[in-house]
Design a protein around this ligand. Sequence first.
Ligand SMILES: *Cc1c(COP(=O)(O)O)cnc(C)c1O
Length: 410
Amino acid sequence: MQGLEIQFQIQSAEGVRLHLQNGETLIDAISSWWCVIHGYNHPRLNKALLEQANDFSHVMLGGLTHEPARKLAEKLVAISPAGLDHVFFADSGSVGMEVAMKMSVQYWKNIGVTGKHRFISLLRGYHGDTTGVMSIGDPEEGMHHLFQGYLPQQIFVRPPEGAGNGSGTIRHTVEEALQELRAALEKHHHEVAAFVCEPLLQGAGGFNFYPASYLTQARKLCTEFNVLMVLDEVATGFGRTGTLFACEQAHVSPDIMVLAKGLTAGYLGLSATLASHKVFEAFLGEGYEKAFMHGPTFMGNALAASIALAGIEIFQNENYLAKIKRIEDVLHQELSSLDSPMLREARVLGACGVLEFNDASQHKGLQTFAAEHGVWLRPFLNVAYTMPAYVMSEDDLRTICGVMREWTQQ
Ligand SMILES: *Cc1c(COP(=O)(O)O)cnc(C)c1O
């Protein structure tokens, strides 16, 4: 949160447009922190919400269960990478990741391996704002110094930097990054429960893109060193990098995968932590001794589950992957070749276009400039980016890119 900034008050929203109280309209370039993938006020999602509300909105998922939760779990298992066969619902990306971390630690305890309770994660990563996941987020960006003594100490390695999908300047190669990961695993594997990362696209830590080959090799290293692999697909899941899940591009199945954001498309909070049968099995047993004790009140909320099911149906029936490919093509045309003394780099991956400035001062005023041109952008760190809803028209997308380009050419 920032104190000194203009607040825009929203009256209504539809498709990719935000209608303000003062009568102005903005094209949303960032789909409300990347979650509103179907656009605002979607008739089919509205219908799913209302129909479910007329049956019931919520019941506890302890002892009771219901169709929307069961169907959504089945659907997620069907569409996710092979081997992810079990689903745990919680209420936000952060909590979904907390669940993944607790599951990883308890997995080793349950199978009788002691001492594995730390995590290896990537610098520039972001996994949410609750305490456990803060500890695996970038130490500097996550301001770990403020919480010293409170946060568990994790192990960080540098990701490959630059050259994600062939664009950009290489600053840290895949080989260098893999050597670093191997060294960390050699030194710490006996105390590490899991390696955690955002696949291909590191979001809130500054939009670093890295090649799929890193993920493929990291999966092999995790297996070699007996460490679980947890993939945080909260931002990348549901098409953002061009495939339904980013890890498909690396042909890997993690042991645990977390989804949120696009899952409910901005309607309600919901996360799904998917786990392999190997992980699931470790929690079975007589009584509660090995059980996974995590029971959020809103677990498997029926309204959220119904919306998620409708959203997945829309994604599949309306061929969203083709829409995403068209967005990627336009972003490449508009942004990839941008040249400006302000810019360190312009890069594109799937439905994500990023301008990296030499430093943050160079986008100061861009948010206001964009709003004056009818576009809602929100630059942060040293980047300005667009991550539009997949239903955005080519014209609207070119308007957004035009504003970003114009700023860099002044
Ligand atoms: C947004 C995000 C989270 C946190 O999700 P919330 O729903 O905001 O708690 C976790 N991981 C990644 C990669 C994210 O982008």
